[in-house]
Design a protein around this ligand. Structure first.
Ligand code: SF4
Ligand code: FES
Length: 264
């Protein structure tokens, strides 16, 4: 797996986030809201800075993503961020908004007081502006083999589950891999090279409890490791910062309980 350093937001140890430029207002100034947005372009050779943009709320959609799109389309086309669905289902627009990791497309501007501060997802390596390097996260996701393992040949139609078996996946299958939780986890900040982090562990649990999966033992073997699983110290930031209302900390506790149970 890839090295995880340097982390944001100073980009390099000792570097500072400088005050950037103030851009002209997008639209009229009638109900202008101020957006303070982290900018970093490694190709420029300069350090990171925070630029200030004014956006007229009467001429902009309700969400932070609407404002980012307006700024990009009408003021500063160099502003760089990820987004796709605009509906809270693809997970690509996760970033740090007003001090909390969340989805820009589900964060209402009017729910934030004062200037809207937008930074990249915390403690990830920044590629440019609000885009972070997710390679290591997806390498870790691959490690848990997030697909069905079954020795039985596939039936003619689908593999059946009872309604009760299916209901066990509720609260886990909805994860959109936005990594808000992982970016907000102090244990991951310090041990992200080997600790799998809340998002990947929630995904691992989703497969452990799938009644159709036949690799429970092997999956637990892979997780029973002082770093991969046991670096979770139940800090609970993950649950607070999940924009889908999921509970990664609970999933991690359940995995630990499964490991204890199989030793008995
Ligand atoms: S558990 Fe929540 S915060 Fe974590 S990756 Fe899944 S949807 Fe995002
Ligand atoms: S754009 Fe898809 S979750 Fe925000």
């Amino acid at each position: 797996m890839r090295s995880f350093l340097p982390m944001n937001w100073g980009v390099a140890p000792g570097s500072k986030v400088a005050r950037g430029r103030r851009w002209p207002t997008a639209g009229a100034r009638a109900r202008a809201r101020s957006f303070e947005i982290y900018r970093y372009d490694p190709e420029s050779g300069g350090g990171p800075r925070v630029d200030i943009y004014e956006v007229d709320r009467d001429d902009c959609g309700p969400m932070v993503l609407d404002a980012l799109l307006k700024i990009k389309n009408e003021v500063d086309p160099t502003l760089t961020f990820r987004r796709s669905c605009r509906e809270g289902v693809c997970g690509s627009c996760s970033m740090n908004i007003d001090g909390r990791n969340w989805l820009a497309c589900t964060q209402a501007i009017d729910d934030i007081e004062g200037p809207v501060r937008v930074f990249p997802l915390s403690h990830m390596r920044v590629i440019k502006d609000l885009v972070v390097d997710q390679s290591h996260l997806f390498d870790q996701h691959k490690l848990i083999e997030p697909w069905l393992h079954a020795e039985e040949p596939p039936p003619e139609r689908e593999r059946l589950q009872s309604p009760e078996e299916r209901a066990k996946l509720d609260g886990y299958y909805e994860c959109i891999l936005c990594f808000s939780c992982t970016g907000g986890c102090p244990s991951y900040w310090w041990n992200g090279d080997r600790y799998l982090g809340p998002a990947v562990l929630l995904q691992a649990y989703r497969w452990l409890i799938d009644s159709r999966d036949e690799a429970t033992g092997e999956r637990l073997d892979e997780l029973e490791d002082p770093f991969r699983l046991y670096r979770c110290h139940t800090i609970m930031n993950c649950t607070k910062t999940c924009p889908k209302g999921l509970e990664p900390a609970k999933a991690i506790a359940e995995i630990k309980a499964m490991l204890v149970k199989r030793r008995q």
